[in-house]
Design a binder for this molecule. Structure first.
Ligand code: NAD
Length: 495
């Protein structure tokens, strides 16, 4: 049985990655500048990380372009590509404990979750796309007696991958794996709060035999490294997960440069609806707690709005609060901890600000509402539940990206669907009911890219993932993601 002491010793004995990986080499930034990588567990600086700017990005994008054009990856036999990606998955498995530790140190998430969710999820994603890479077929057109026509999927070229800090390795892998599977080269920028697993991935990819220049990792700040990738004339596409504000900028940068393709996985304010005929109220209450408090609420699909039918609202809220009291902030490196630190002081302050606003707007605070474990120096916020939140309230409209739940009552199905859709977002939505007709009706009525019935987050890697409305466009996961990283070329041969 692993222990806190085990992970503390491991943290003290491994080298924390901080160098960029460009064209197969581990490098300091060209300017020599670094940024402090702060650990949310205790607020201390973990290490200094290369702060890449437009010069480093240019070197990385040029290396990626060369790698793409000379075909060192793209033109490898598909069996060889597959072998290399499977080898990478094996190396990630070998180093899974280290990867999990790096993730928990960087993000503050419980080591239990890094070990059971983030790292295995990233490895599964890699294997899924490695298995799929020789199953992408083109099409043969109807043709004519004197003409043969076909369409092929061709890799796009250089993909700029820009990811957030909440599931750093998993979000990166959702993009890196299908992009590599299709034969592209990559310039990946991890979030400045969580660079370490991406840098470790880059090292393991070289060890596995991914040729130099194919997977470049440029840590750095969003407004310098991220912007430089998005403006670069040799980057063919930006695959982004993050906030709507940055998503808007990326579309501008695309327009100001080479009209590179942009795919955006953005935020959410996802509603979970509990009807009075819910098949298992207790299970729904436990799920309602975990669907907001998992990963400290720093989840794009967090069920941050809970809509409960008025006839069961009081009893259901009691069950919810019972479940929520079992979620208790602790040291992320303690294996029993089920709720860790928020990623940064800034994110903690944002959550506390929303809590303050909700109180001022008249919502009723039923649980939590404060910073906690302040003596550690880390960034911890209590799991927080508000009832009586009105659809017009800030807490019902804006994404907190923290452990704050807004509970609202509704009268009937039309009322529930109206409230659920009354948002600029459209990432996920869910409902609990025994009524199959109502479930089908709701699935069509709810404006969201993901609809979950009688369970939350119940789709897996085999299903497309992404948003409607201002939650973005383009899909991660499933075989659809492969086509995102390819262009369709039509060829006709006239006899
Ligand atoms: P963010 O948009 O601030 O940062 C995301 C990434 O963009 C980081 O790597 C950052 O350095 C970079 N960036 C910042 N400014 C940039 C610029 N001007 N040009 C280019 N890159 C820039 O988001 P965040 O705070 O890291 O993450 C939280 C957000 O991500 C939330 O809104 C959340 O809902 C969303 N998210 C969405 C999904 C999804 O799949 N839909 C998954 C996880 C997180």
């Amino acid at each position: 049985m692993t222990s806190l002491a085990h992970f503390e010793t491991l943290a003290g004995s491994i080298e924390l990655p901080g160098k960029a990986i460009i064209d197969g080499k581990l490098l300091a930034s060209a300017s020599g500048e670094t940024f402090d990588n702060v650990g949310p567990r205790d607020g201390r600086v973990l290490n200094k990380v290369a702060s890449c700017n437009a010069v480093d990005v240019d070197i990385a994008a040029t290396a990626a372009r060369e790698a793409f054009e000379d075909g060192r990856w793209r033109n490898l036999h598909y069996r060889k590509k597959k072998d290399i990606l499977f080898k990478l998955a094996e190396l990630m498995e070998r180093d899974a404990e280290t990867l999990a530790l790096l993730e928990s140190l960087d993000v503050g998430k419980p080591i239990k979750d890094s070990l059971a969710v983030d790292i295995p999820g990233a490895i599964r994603t890699l294997r899924y796309y490695a298995e799929a890479l020789d199953k992408v077929y083109g099409e043969v057109g109807p043709g004519t007696p004197d003409r043969f026509s076909f369409a092929v999927h061709e890799p796009l070229g250089v993909i700029g991958v820009i990811v957030p800090w909440n599931f750093p390795l998993l979000m990166a892998m959702w993009k890196v794996a299908p992009a590599l599977a299709m034969g592209n080269s990559i310039v990946l920028k991890p979030a400045e709060q969580s660079p370490m697993t991406a840098l470790k991935l880059g090292q393991l990819a070289l060890e596995a035999g991914v040729p130099p220049g194919v997977l470049n990792i440029v840590p750095g700040l969003g407004a310098t490294a991220g912007k430089a990738i998005a403006l670069h004339m040799d980057v063919d596409m930006i695959a982004f997960t993050g906030s709507g504000a940055v998503g808007r900028l990326l579309m501008q940068y695309s327009g100001q440069s080479n009209l590179k393709r942009v795919s955006l996985e953005l935020g959410g304010k996802s509603p979970q609806i509990v009807f009075a005929d819910c098949p298992d109220l207790n299970a729904a209450a436990v799920q309602a707690a975990w669907s907001i408090f998992f990963n400290q609420g720093e989840v794009c699909t967090a069920a941050s709005r809970l809509l409960v039918q008025d006839s069961i609202a009081d009893a259901f809220t009691e069950s919810l609060l019972r479940a929520a009291r079992k979620v208790s902030p602790g040291d992320p490196l303690e294996p029993r901890t089920n709720f860790g630190a928020m990623v940064s002081q800034e994110q903690m302050k944002t959550a506390l600000r929303y809590i303050d606003t909700a109180q001022k707007e008249g919502a009723s605070l039923k649980l939590g509402g404060h910073q906690t474990r302040a003596d550690t120096g880390g960034f911890y916020v209590e799991p927080t539940v508000f009832t009586g939140v009105q659809p017009k309230d800030t807490l019902a409209r804006e994404e907190v990206f923290g452990p704050v739940l807004a509970v609202t009552k509704f009268s009937d199905a039309d009322d529930a669907f109206r409230m659920a859709n009354d948002t600029v977002y459209g990432l996920a939505a869910g409902l609990w009911t025994k009524d199959l007709s109502l479930a089908h009706h709701a699935a069509r009525k709810l404006k969201a890219g993901l609809v979950w019935i009688n369970g939350w987050d119940s789709c897996d890697l085999t299903m497309p993932f992404g948003g409607f409305k201002q939650s973005g466009f383009g899909r991660d996961r499933s075989l659809h993601a492969l086509h995102k990283y390819a262009d369709l070329k039509s060829v006709s041969i006239t006899f």
